[in-house]
Design a protein. Structure first.
Length: 491
């Protein structure tokens, strides 16, 4: 029954916040407590999965593949913990930054509906329910984007929802085609039936899913909605989106293209590898050209997605381990950088780098907290990003894919250039205007410091974390245990 908690906890939290609609102080308390309970439940699931490999639940006691299945392997358990961690950080940060108008408009319940959708996507064992959880996320994220009704927000929200509705159309079409071919929606059962059929039509359907998940993950050339929207909402919302939403798309891509669509690897995964290289380069070039703090970070999300997808394209145990480790690193680092951008905006009242400066002298502790995730994103040792890129590069060299390794190294160098630009403009140069002398609330600093500490821990404990990632990758490369855990004697 423990697998229901990542869905039930945010649902109950959202419901309680709705009941307390006019009592904002109680909503804040319930929201914070709910996010903490979600983290505890996710850690509990991770510990159980880490000990027993795979945990499955047949909802309503209907046997698979006829009922609704919840399942957690090591990969999904890792993602649950990361999602809950970012949930706690953004909820605490929001306590100091979300204005009462947005809180009164339903910020807290909608945020927990979003966390419910994220958690549901990680534990579902049914391809149609994956679509349902994506739609829950889309609805909640659109409300969070538009909440407040500012002009920039509405423009970003319209672009965001339009492209993601297109993704939903491709996703639903793919599900219909897959069901027509196999007569099942259970992902473990789909793995068995597509492998037995080995039909060329499976590859065509795989391309539909690649487009659907590619839009949600913001890969090239389907990424335009992200830098046009992620810099518009409140900073807590941007951090939540940056840490989680595109990563759910990456998770779905890795899950389906290691479990279901593995009958034509040369075509499907070769295409993914090309997309990964293009995503790295286009995203980082956009970051180098941009001059607004959050737009730079938004383009970097695109670029870094390329690294995560690179491991899937290479499709070796080491490469998938690199993708998983890179997900761990990037979720923490990217959410933290967006939270830091909110503090710098509070200091200068703008995100334009040309109008900023002097933060290293006026706020030296914040400068240090920025350098940790920024240099980790760039891949400097001994920080977490270095080990993620090193693992992926080693996997590329091992597979003889020298061009993608070269592209990843070039993207890493340009990432360092763009992070250095933020440091030089916002933190190092003299400020063109006096920075705000107002004290930064501790509720803004605590999540930033905690995530920076997590980044350091990931780097210092890189060896055991890579080992865990390798175990998760082995489970993805050999899905027999996943199939047996779900289908049992029905396999």
């Amino acid at each position: 029954m423990i697998l229901i908690w990542p869905i039930l906890v945010p649902l109950l939290t959202a419901a309680a916040c709705l009941v307390l609609w006019r009592r904002l102080r109680l909503q804040r308390a319930v929201s914070t407590a709910g996010s903490a309970v979600l983290l505890a439940a996710s850690v509990r699931i991770f510990l159980e999965v880490e000990a027993s490999e795979i945990v499955a639940l047949q909802v309503g006691d209907w046997p698979a593949p006829y009922g609704i299945t919840l399942v957690a392997d090591l990969f999904s358990a890792i993602m649950l913990v990361l999602g809950a961690l970012i949930g706690v950080a953004t909820v605490v940060y929001a306590l100091a930054t979300i204005d009462p108008g947005r809180e009164a408009g339903g910020f807290h319940p909608v945020l927990h509906f979003l966390l419910m959708g994220v958690s549901g996507a990680f534990v579902t064992g049914d391809i149609f329910n994956l679509f349902v959880w994506f739609e829950v996320m889309l609805t909640a994220s659109f409300v969070l984007l538009a909440l407040g009704g500012e002009r920039g927000q509405m423009e970003g929200a319209v672009k965001y929802v339009t492209l993601n509705l297109m993704s939903s159309g491709f996703f639903l079409t793919g599900i219909g085609a897959l069901y027509g071919m196999t007569g099942t929606l259970n992902m473990a059962d789909l793995a068995v039936r597509t492998a037995a059929a080995d039909s060329p039509a499976t590859t065509v359907v795989a391309m539909l899913f690649l487009v659907a998940f590619g839009i949600k993950a913001a890969v090239f050339p389907l990424f335009f909605w992200l830098p046009a929207s992620y810099h518009t909402p409140p900073f807590a919302v941007s951090a939540l989106f940056a840490g989680l939403l595109t990563k759910v798309g990456v998770y779905a891509m890795i899950r389906t293209f290691t479990l279901i669509f593995v009958t034509d690897i040369e075509h499907t995964h070769g295409t993914i590898l090309v997309i990964a290289g293009a995503t790295m380069l286009v995203g980082v070039l956009g970051a180098v050209a941009a001059n607004e703090f959050r737009r730079i970070l938004s383009f970097h999300i695109v670029s870094q997605i390329g690294f995560m997808v690179m491991g899937l394209g290479l499709y070796t145990p080491l490469a998938l381990a690199g993708s998983i480790f890179y997900l761990i690193h990037h979720i923490v680092v990217k959410a933290n950088l967006f939270l830091i951008s909110g503090i710098t905006y509070r200091i200068h009242g703008t995100g334009d780098l040309k109008a900023m400066g002097g933060i290293s002298r006026s706020h030296p502790a914040l400068a240090l907290l920025f350098l940790i995730p920024a240099m980790s994103l760039a891949g400097l040792p001994p920080l977490s990003g270095f080990f993620g890129k090193l693992t992926l590069a080693a996997a590329g060299l091992e597979a003889g894919r020298y061009s993608i390794v070269a592209i990843s190294l070039a993207a890493g160098l340009l990432t360092l250039v763009s992070m250095t630009k933020i440091w030089a403009e916002a933190f190092w140069k003299e400020s063109p205007a006096p920075p705000s002398a107002e004290r930064t609330p501790r509720l803004m600093l605590w999540p930033v410091a905690a995530l920076a500490a997590c980044t350091l821990v990931i780097g210092l404990l890189a060896e055991p974390l890579v080992a865990i990632s390798l175990r998760a990758a082995d489970g993805l490369m050999d899905p027999r245990r996943y199939i047996e855990a779900v289908l049992g004697g029905e396999r």
